[in-house]
Design a protein around this ligand. Sequence first.
Ligand code: OOG
Ligand code: MG
Length: 261
Amino acid sequence: MDKHLIKELADYTHNAEKEKREIIKITAELYPELSIEDAYMVQEELVKQKLEEGSKIIGPKMGITSEAKMKQMNVDNPIYGYIFDYMVVNEGESISIDDYIHPKVEPEIGFVLSRDLEGPGVTALDVLRATEYVFPAMEIIDSRYENFNFTLPDVIADNTSAAGAVFGTSLKRPDAVELDVVGVTLSINGEIQALGAGAAVLGHPANSVARLANMLSEKGEKVKAGQPILTGGLTAAVPLSPGDFVNAKYGGLGDVSFFVK
Ligand code: OOG
Ligand code: MG
């Protein structure tokens, strides 16, 4: 893909994010032939622009790693993107709905590695051996596309809808919990909106980190030690409204919450 087009498309999603307004998906009119490979080039340009503006990468995120998400979004393959410093929401704090377009929340399991993992060929076992700790988390997604309607290339070019991340502070060693059978409830104002288990994410959330390492290796990159990694929504995402108290509670992993103003 031509350099100018890559920049034009990165500007397109980047400006929508900055101006908090919906845009029509790229593949609708602007560039219907956008491939997955093209889309990652657009994402790379978008990431570069953010870094140039002074934003910092906190860690990578995987998306579309569960059946629930595949069905809800009508796309069928895991993807990755990046959480930036300005997206981090401290546990127990409030977000303002005005800072987003049409935000949704999803419960996720987070990992931090004690050493870098470089693919190809990384397995879930490699991931668990390299894991320093796991923690409960939530991701706030806010697709810049109208009605959250997109194809896989569109959402990749939009940094996989990344908009917010709440990292829980209850840290567990990976051998202290059986992550595949860890249950999760997502409740808003005390009412359960969605529930699931760790196995929803590619059979085991460690598979998601392995997949990330293997996908990144195609670009000569690796999953780095010390960065929080989001492994993907365990359930369908739930829309947020002002007045919401959002809590994700995990069996044996603790819980994490935030408010919406
Ligand atoms: C795309 C992002 C998906 C996840 O955890 O599955 C994602 C979207 O649903 O808008 O972050
Ligand atoms: Mg997510």
